[in-house]
Design a binder for this molecule. Structure first.
Ligand code: HEC
Ligand code: HEC
Length: 379
């Protein structure tokens, strides 16, 4: 009997997999990768949660909620065209991401967060474990997501939003779990300190992608990968740059957003993020002044002085990438786009040294936020 059930489960699993187009999912994922990383791993910070390894069902649910605006994230929806996705597209991307297993790959282990882990464990055990499970990986079939492996700042930010009732927890608008929880911020940090230990690597191996390929050839018997602390030296070949589009992050100007509104929104966002607007060239306007008619083109340059200092100090070559630019450009069909160099491609190809990876990711995130503000006209 048991084997019949297993056989049926396998059959069900494989037909589901056949229905989704993983190639299409992989293609869609390139647009998600701008913010969530090439393998949905997320990055430290509140704006880039880990989405790899969530179940297909959970991802379909969340993406559908973004599409119907039940859950709001204008920047993400506009950038990845989620509002235009069919159910099939959503299933393709969800199945693709669900197939990425980053657990036990030391390179994706989240950094331990500051706080008292022992106290954090007490809170987790009494308040969260029942649903998010002892190992922190949740109950995927019941729609309960993993907290293990999730980016710490994202969890903190999400809890704050639960507390402020800006996001519904447990799909229950009446859920009051967080109302009285964490009267002291310290308790929240203790909890996240404990959560950040839950994905610690126990059996080192390399991550797997949904089409069965490993991101990295496992050094199965090599001594180097046997201990959790051993450094993994290989680069991640999955991100090798084969076409120019991979080096560029682009977003179409949202419906009803004028170029001028986009520019104001970008300028304001830059101030908020401490990115200085160090230059503006209105190329098409200048050409028109000379009597040459040309599609719209303007270039905006931003720079955070201390980040720039840290990056160039690490290697003067990076100065060639500075300052960060956003181009506003009209294509032949009259659509207006915002475009920038996607610095993540350097990180994904391990072209920046470890010491400044976080700074570079941070700069890229800020630039993306500026672009998102521009496309949505968000002030
Ligand atoms: C412009 C940046 C951006 C892009 C592009 C983007 N996202 Fe997101 N995404 C975010 C941010 C920021 C959040 C967290 C905010 C929130 O909770 O609503 C998020 C949240 C999510 C979540 C919820 C995660 C959780 O733990 O609840 C899922 C799932 C998700 N994104 C999937 C995707 C997919 C799939 C794509 C590509 C089709 C994509 N995102 C593209 C920025 C982005
Ligand atoms: C009664 C079951 C239940 C309990 C208890 C519970 N959760 Fe949840 N939690 C859920 C469900 C279901 C979701 C997914 C739906 C949603 O987005 O809120 C969720 C989502 C979350 C998320 C968002 C994760 C993401 O990827 O976006 C966080 C963070 C979270 N819970 C933290 C906690 C913490 C911390 C505790 C304990 C203090 C806790 N939860 C207790 C059921 C529960």
């Amino acid at each position: 009997m048991r084997s019949i059930i297993i056989a049926l489960l396998c059959l069900f699993g494989s037909t589901q997999l056949m229905a989704a187009d993983l190639k299409k999912g992989k293609k869609i994922n390139k647009t998600c990768a701008l913010c969530h990383g090439a393998w949905g791993q997320g990055t430290a910070g509140a704006k880039s949660p880990r989405i790899a390894g969530m179940t297909t069902g959970f991802l379909v649910k969340i993406l559908s909620e973004y599409r119907s605006k039940k859950r709001k994230n204008a920047g993400m929806v506009a950038t990845s065209g989620i509002h235009k996705m069919t159910d099939k597209h959503i299933e393709d991307i969800a199945t693709y991401l669900a197939g990425i297993d980053l657990r036990n790959d030391p390179r994706f282990d989240v950094d331990h967060a500051k706080g008292d882990k022992v106290k954090g464990k007490e809170i987790f055990t009494s308040e969260c474990k029942g649903c998010h499970r002892k190992n922190g990986y949740g109950k995927p079939k019941k729609g309960i997501p993993a907290l293990a492996g999730q980016q710490t700042k994202y969890i903190i930010n999400t809890i704050k939003r639960f507390k402020a009732r800006k996001r519904v927890h447990d799909d229950d608008p009446e859920d009051d779990l967080f109302d009285e929880m964490f009267p002291k911020q310290e308790d929240m940090f203790n909890l996240t300190a404990y959560l950040s230990t839950l994905d610690d690597v126990t059996e080192p191996r390399s991550a797997t992608l949904p089409d069965g390929k490993t991101i990295l050839k496992p050094k199965a018997k090599s001594k180097e990968v046997k201990t959790a602390k051993a450094p993994i030296k290989e680069s991640l070949p999955g991100a090798s740059v084969s076409e120019i589009t991979q080096t560029v992050a682009k977003m179409e100007l949202g419906k009803g957003v004028t170029k001028d509104e986009a520019i104001v929104a970008m300028r304001n966002k830059a101030i908020e993020l401490n990115m200085r607007l160090v230059g503006e060239q209105h190329v098409s306007k200048a050409l028109e002044a000379r009597g040459e008619k040309t599609p719209y083109l303007a270039i905006f340059q931003f720079c955070n002085l201390s980040d720039a200092k840290a990056i160039v100090h690490n290697n003067p070559l990076y100065a060639a990438y500075m300052p960060c630019r956003v181009a506003m450009v009209e294509d032949t069909s009259g659509k207006t786009w915002l475009m920038m160099l996607n610095l993540d491609i350097l990180v994904d190809n391990t072209l920046v040294s470890k010491d400044i990876v976080k700074t570079v990711i941070g700069v890229n995130q800020k630039m993306l936020e500026i672009m998102v503000a521009g496309t949505t006209g968000d002030l």
